[in-house]
Design a protein around this ligand. Sequence first.
Ligand code: C2E
Ligand code: MG
Ligand code: MG
Length: 653
Amino acid sequence: MSQSTSTKTNSRHDSGINKEAENDLAPSQDGHEKSPHNTNQEESLEEILLQELLQKTTELQQTKSELANNKLELGIIRHIVASQTNGIVFISVEGQILFANNVFCGMTGIDLQGLKEKSLNAFVMLPQEDQPLAAVLKKAKGQDNWHGTALLKGDNDSQLPLIMSVDFCKKDSKHDVPGGFVCQFSPTEDFAPSSSNIGSSALFSHDSLTKLPDRSSFHQHLSLCVNQARRAKSKVGLLYIDLDNFKRINRMLGPAYGDEVLCMVTLLLQQTANAEGINFIARLSGDEFAIILPPPCQQEQIETLVDRLLNNFKRPFIINSRDIFITPSIGITLYPDDGQNPPELLRNADTAMEIVKAKGGNNSCRWQSQIDAQAVENLHLENDLRMAVTNKEIYNYYQPQIDLTNGKIIGMEALARWEHPEHGFISPEVFIPLAVGAGLIDDLGLELVRQACQEGRDWMTLGFRDFTMAVNLSGRLLRRLDLFDQIIDCLDSTGFPADHLEVEFTESVLIENMDNTIDLINKCRKRSIKMAIDDFGTGYSSLSYLQRFAVDKIKIDRSFIMDVTTNAGDAAITMAIIAIAKKLNFEVLAEGVETEEQLFFLQENQCDSCQGFLFSKPISASRMKNLLMRDASVALKHRRIIDKFYSIKAGNE
Ligand code: C2E
Ligand code: MG
Ligand code: MG
């Protein structure tokens, strides 16, 4: 009762209804006081009104609390839906999408707004053609449930195989919810859930070692992100990460240790990326990883993540109580700036990563359109060359030089060879200029001279003494002021006699380094070191220079010899070079003799010596040694070739 009184008291002040009641209790219009009878009537009216009021208030409170409950339930349901790793869609009985959770949006690359009102048919294909979606929905309606396999169409015609289950829901008139179907999409058995923390990771196939999504999952996810970004006109970031020198770790410490390293690296990548709110990390292969920064991605976000990654890699990994330092090479691309589609983005990120690698690794590089494949290849080669020079993996082959009067080997030219572990033999015409550009030619060039002297010395101790060892010197080496001292050092340290060494320069190298060369020539002359002009005829071919330089030999370039028997111009030039050389007292050697006809021509024109495939290709040091050991019989063979000319000549006369 007291409660009703208090309600009454409060009501008087609170509600409009109470105000009306107040009016009822007010003095009558004529101003007289109301009668007791009236008073009784009024009291019961007041009572009724109060009761009504009480009821309405209670109802209102109930509705309010129901609403609050519904709101709470809705919130919880939202949480539950958001926490699902399956794609969930609610479609109308006609098959139109009314709602989709984030996972489904991610799978299709379209946001909820874009999906709404679209037909599920546009995204889902059922492998059995006799079972279109409409039939499945009908079946589900009859049984209240259906499940089977389905293919979800993604970007770039990708098709994600999934288990699809369909539940029919009747119309809920009480809550004004239309009837329809709840469709759920979960991974098939082939797409076992990944344990990594990547949101919708259950949809991805994963790598068994690191449990990260694998390459195919990476492609799917990148497609989805690019799709999404295309529609939202936003960006996607891609980091392509390769570990530096991982192969070496694997080789030296064993594959089990290598696996351990990969798992530790995975953890580091996950922790660093997750701290930046990024959770898609995939292992593409061996030591290659990728991180996708989903749309909307900003350039600054990438920079921050890359900085953190490089920084975190500075700390050693501790594996089996051993500190091990691993560094990454990171290539970066941003959709749509650096690639219009996933394959292009990946290819360009890979190229950018290769650039980092070629420059020594442990860094990052954003792809730039002007980077071309050849530049990357050269950078790689340069890096490999650096290692090859340090590890002394470049060595000399030797090509014998033959006396054209008796077939004897009178010398050999040392020609550099590099057997690349992946690319096989690389021509010196490729790696010598590379070594010059990379500042490696000083070490390499001198090392090859030393090697030639050493090997020449070894052959001499076997008894073969009558030969000249020819070495090639690059223009870069000629600029070294101590070049002469270095050559002498090669001779002294190996014991090779100076008068058996011949240094070759090309004409252009001589002319471009005139002062240094004249100085070197003079010094060499004093020590009886011979000098030859290589590739004569291709450069300046200045006859006055020939006199000035006072070299010992000129080598006619192969390009003239090649067509000497078929091209009258080449024949005339060759004859002129030989004639001038004779007049100036130079020896003359023809390069690149491949046929007997070329040989006859050179003999006919009194060329002194030659080298070429007709006699021998450049061969390894040990084969050269064997050739020298068998010199008598080799000379006999050469002699036969040479004599053929004289006998033909005699026959003709
Ligand atoms: P080059 O000094 O003129 O050497 C002769 C080149 O002609 C060699 O090529 C040799 O293999 C090739 N050759 C010889 N006979 C024949 C033949 O009958 N037919 C054909 N088709 N080719 C023949 P290679 O070894 O590839 O060397 C190319 C160039 O690289 C050399 O030309 C030289 O300029 C440079 N080079 C080689 N080794 C060194 C080195 O140690 N230091 C420097 N600075 N340059 C080197
Ligand atoms: Mg040469
Ligand atoms: Mg040459």
